[in-house]
Design a binder for this molecule. Structure first.
Ligand SMILES: Nc1ncnc2c1ncn2[C@@H]1O[C@H](COP(=O)(O)OP(=O)(O)OP(=O)(O)O)[C@@H](O)[C@H]1O
Ligand SMILES: [Mg+2]
Length: 253
């Protein structure tokens, strides 16, 4: 399969903080890829760079022209939930790029939103304010918002956080269905069991790319390991500063 998304020596900084350094690699059309790595390793940053939300300080992200719109599910911790909008309205925002003049929502759009809410198990929640949802229900809402976008490329940032086992299973089934339909999916997540079971390809990050390729190879090489400790992931000289920010020398090339 041809590369759909190509990272070429991608480097991203926030002020003086080097979040990603010199990451290269390609994501094939139709691939299902996990982005793994500890807190602060640059997973969200990589997704944001692909989505075009952060600009590279060096290198670039190349996206094949025929990709069409990219759907992006942000990490819940980065989303403000105190806007006074309902579940229905929040899912409808996923449709904005496809709405016609004056942004009118048609009967067909309503149908699409209802079907998406049904798919994630949020029937009957249409009128609920989003700040009155539980963490797991909010995560399902974000999935419904992705569903209505019908994008061929889907970026998910820790979509299973705060989600119980039953809901995770449900959301995984949706993800596998997208994969079957040939969509390209990139998903940041911590759960190694899920990565091992469902994600054929992985990127392992720690400020830079430690490894990428078939997930089983990442496990063979112990880049992904159930008994991994931080010392193995970060050689001593590269250990992240405990305070994280503004220590450019930690990651200096
Ligand atoms: N808006 C920002 N301003 C300054 N520094 C940031 C910003 N966002 C991220 N960083 C820093 O960039 C680095 C990478 O952060 P990123 O959010 O990509 O990590 P992550 O792997 O997604 O972590 P987590 O597992 O906690 O979600 C961290 O050192 C983080 O502190
Ligand atoms: Mg993150």
């Amino acid at each position: 399969m041809p590369a759909l998304i190509t990272l070429e020596n991608l480097t991203v900084k926030y002020g003086k903080t080097l979040a990603l350094h010199d990451v290269s690699g390609a994501l094939a059309t139709g691939s299902l890829t996990a982005i793994a790595g500890p807190n602060g390793s640059g997973k969200s940053t990589m997704l944001k760079a692909i989505a075009g939300i952060v600009k590279p300080a060096g290198g670039r992200v190349r996206i094949a022209e025929q990709t069409g719109p990219i759907a992006y599910l942000p990490q819940t911790t980065s989303i403000r939930r105190d806007f006074p909008i309902t579940v229905f309205q929040a899912v409808a925002t996923g449709l904005y790029p496809s709405l016609g003049d004056f942004g009118a929502i048609t009967a067909a759009h309503r149908q699409k939103i209802s079907a998406a809410l049904n798919e994630v198990g949020l029937d009957g929640f249409e009128k609920r304010q989003i700040n009155h949802l539980s963490g797991g229900q909010f995560q399902r809402l974000l999935f419904a918002r992705i569903i209505v976008q019908e994008a061929r490329v889907i970026l998910l940032d820790e979509p299973f956080t705060a989600v119980d086992a039953e809901t995770t299973a449900k959301l995984i089934q949706i993800l596998l269905q997208w994969h079957k339909e040939g969509r390209t999916i990139v998903c940041a997540l911590h759960d190694l069991l899920l990565i091992k079971k469902y994600f054929p390809d992985s990127f392992v990050l720690a400020g830079k790319c430690l490894g990428r390729g078939h997930t089983h190879k990442m496990f063979e090489q112990k880049l992904l390991s159930f008994d991994l400790d931080m010392a193995e992931l970060y050689p001593e000289s590269e250990a992240p500063h405990p305070h994280g920010h503004d220590h450019p020398h930690d990651h200096a090339p």
